[in-house]
Design a protein around this ligand. Structure first.
Ligand code: SF4
Ligand code: SF4
Length: 322
């Protein structure tokens, strides 16, 4: 059987997704035996011309990690799309914008002021330094995810994707048995379904952070007041964070049945506080609990702010504050 041709690409990424590919340990040897890696900027030093020189559809599959933050990210995503048969949104940044999608709460000017200070220090798109022309890619007004700029065939969730999920993708690749396009390589059920902790859906009376109290190791973290995103998050990682006494932060995104992960989790929290009856007592109880969160968006939309149902609000704000 001819070897498959694969590519791995990073856009606006931290490098964690590239490292996660090696967490499958010796299975990587099966991948190398079954496939030639044509593109992997993290490990080699390809040039744009290398990618442009491939025929359209010549690469069998590309694992694309990272969000779309710059015009270069858009152009490379479009170029890769023409060169590959199957495109995988690998990791939460490619899937939903990821943790850097939280930047969409600020305008581009606010971000540049924070990072570069005085406007005189902001980077220019075109400059000439020491006789050399320098062109930087445009920093887009808002960050987005891969599916916003090109068609995506598969999704591998997680920040970074966990070993079991990466292994399932590699097994399908090595066997030459990729599933139907549209497949998400993870569980279709929520994380609570694979968590060993006993959940009683107890009323929440206070919000705790892991450093503020030692969680009981067998009871549900949410029942104890630790903000575990398990009810609104897709399983597949075998609940590795709750098993280590850490609440789930929601990196795998929402289950297939949930449109907006943060809204679903807020709904869950609302059902676990106060009287449960409509009226002022319930509203007061909700306000008291919500006041205990330092960062509502960062808690409930840590990985999906860029693709949430609120994203247009960020978009509008950014468009008027550039
Ligand atoms: S999904 Fe997580 S590990 Fe992967 S590039 Fe984004 S921040 Fe890094
Ligand atoms: S600890 Fe988290 S994942 Fe486990 S049952 Fe409770 S809410 Fe669900």
């Amino acid at each position: 059987m001819a070897k498959a041709k694969i590519g791995i690409y990073w856009a606006a990424a931290c490098g964690g997704c590239d490292c996660a590919l090696l967490e499958v340990n010796e299975q990587i040897l099966d991948v190398v035996a079954a496939a030639d890696i044509l593109l992997w900027p993290c490990a080699a030093d390809p040039k744009y011309s290398d990618l442009r020189d491939y025929k359209n559809g010549e690469i069998d599959i590309v694992l694309f990690n990272g969000a779309i933050r710059t015009q270069e990210n858009v152009e490379l995503a479009q170029l890769i799309r023409t060169k590959t048969k199957y495109l995988v949104a690998f990791g939460s940044c490619a899937q939903s914008g990821g943790v850097i999608g939280l930047a969409n709460q600020s305008s581009r000017n606010e971000i540049f002021s924070t990072v570069f200070g005085d406007q005189a220090n902001w980077p220019q798109l075109d400059t000439n330094k020491n006789g050399h022309d320098l062109h930087l890619p445009e920093f887009l007004p808002r960050l987005t995810h891969l599916a916003d700029v090109v068609e995506v065939d598969y999704v591998v969730p997680g920040c970074p994707p966990p070993k079991q999920v990466v292994s399932a993708l590699f097994s399908a690749l090595v066997a030459g048995e990729l599933p139907a396009t549209g497949t998400v390589f993870a569980s279709s059920k929520n994380l609570c379904e694979e968590c060993s902790r006993e959940r009683e859906q107890l009323k929440i009376t206070q919000i705790l952070r892991p450093h503020e109290n030692d969680p009981d190791t067998e009871k549900c973290l949410l029942d104890q007041g630790f903000m575990c995103m398990g009810p609104a998050t897709r399983g597949g990682c075998l609940a590795v964070c709750p098993a280590a006494n850490m609440p789930c932060t929601g990196c795998a995104g929402p289950t297939a049945a949930i449109r907006d992960q943060g809204a679903a989790m807020l709904n869950t929290v609302a059902s676990l506080i106060g009287t449960g009856e409509e009226g002022e007592d319930q509203l007061a109880a909700e306000d008291a609990i919500l006041a205990q969160f330092d960062d509502i968006v960062g808690t409930f939309y840590r990985f999906g702010a860029a693709t949430s149902i609120f994203k247009e609000r960020y978009h509008e704000r950014n468009a008027t504050a550039r």
